[in-house]
Design a protein around this ligand. Structure first.
Ligand SMILES: Cc1cc2nc3c(=O)[nH]c(=O)nc-3n(C[C@H](O)[C@H](O)[C@H](O)COP(=O)(O)OP(=O)(O)OC[C@H]3O[C@@H](n4cnc5c(N)ncnc54)[C@H](O)[C@@H]3O)c2cc1C
Ligand code: FES
Length: 267
């Protein structure tokens, strides 16, 4: 599948190394509609292509939040307004937001992991009356690495928002500690709760354990997995996780399905 050209229409710096880009089809054409949790293969011409989750409202333009960790993600973050990137997709499955309707929803992000969860938060806000309790628990390494700082404050009007950082100096008045610790203080009914968790694997594991400890059923805990990707189409095998391919069967997995695979080192 050839990449379609998309122009950067807006860019915003989130943190020292992370940018949010809005993209629209270059020269017009059909917009790309992604469900929360899905991703595109984003191509910086001359550098390469990487999988990046949708981070914007599914009813708006295509939005990606990208952390510059290597050559390709750096080239994408450097794309100025008007620059053209290639887009393939959408790929992957979606966060099961509908399955959470009528019950409580817990969104837990670590670092850049809040980006793929932001469309879930938008759904919670749009359909607030259809959920019971709704919580966003978010942690980053340092205060200046928290994404979407202004939005987090706005979300507090309608959602429980609890933040923590791994380490901070005295200018930070908030909590210090791992995000899994916030699970104990969140208001939700474990019997009616659905959890959406994204971040480093160790963080997703500790959060799942905390949720299980409060009585949330493993099949109602959902995590988003990452592996290197190449085709995005289930052909090349680069994204294999046990008997599954993340680009085809994920990236969103139920905890009862993925926990046995995560227990095997370097699988
Ligand atoms: C389904 C899926 C969705 C993703 N969504 C997003 C997203 O929304 N936003 C985003 O910024 N990234 C996202 N990623 C991760 C992103 O694809 C990688 O960061 C990117 O492929 C790195 O490519 P690179 O060439 O820039 O760096 P590389 O040259 O591949 O890596 C440079 C260095 O960074 C390390 N590194 C690579 N990936 C990561 C990572 N994810 N976290 C920490 N260190 C890493 C490598 O080990 C290496 O040391 C997603 C990945 C997957 C599989
Ligand atoms: S990226 Fe090729 S099979 Fe998943």
């Amino acid at each position: 599948m050839a990449p379609r050209p998309f122009a950067v229409t807006r860019r915003r710096r989130e943190t020292e190394d992370t940018w949010t880009l809005e993209l629209e089809p270059a020269g017009g054409g059909e917009p790309l509609v992604l469900a929360p949790g899905q991703f595109t293969m984003l191509y910086a011409f001359g550098s390469g292509e990487v999988p990046i989750s949708v981070s914007g409202d599914v009813e708006g333009p295509l939005v990606h939040t990208v952390r510059a960790v290597g050559a390709v993600s750096q080239a994408i973050c450097a794309a100025k307004r008007g620059a053209v990137l290639g887009v393939r997709g959408p790929f992957g499955n979606a966060w099961p937001v509908e399955a959470a309707l009528g019950g409580d929803a817990i969104v837990i992000g670590g670092g850049i992991g809040l980006a793929p969860l932001r469309p879930v938060v938008h759904e919670l806000l749009r359909r607030r009356a259809e959920f019971g309790e709704a919580a966003v628990l978010y942690g980053s390494r340092r205060p200046e690495e928290l994404l979407y700082a202004k939005e987090l404050e706005r979300w507090r009007k309608d959602l429980q928002v609890d933040l923590t950082v791994d380490a901070a100096d005295t200018s930070w008045a908030g909590k210090v500690g791992f995000v899994a610790k916030l699970v104990a203080g969140a208001r939700f009914d474990p019997a009616a709760a659905t959890a959406f968790v994204c971040g480093p694997e160790i963080m997703m594991r500790t959060c799942a354990e905390a949720l299980l400890g409060r009585g949330v059923a493993p099949e109602r805990i959902h995590v988003s997995m990452e592996r290197n990707m190449q085709c995005g189409l289930g052909h090349c095998g680069h994204c294999q996780l046990g008997p599954t391919l993340i680009c085809r069967d994920g990236p969103v997995y139920r905890w009862d399905e993925v926990a046995p695979l995560m227990a095997v080192r370097e699988l």
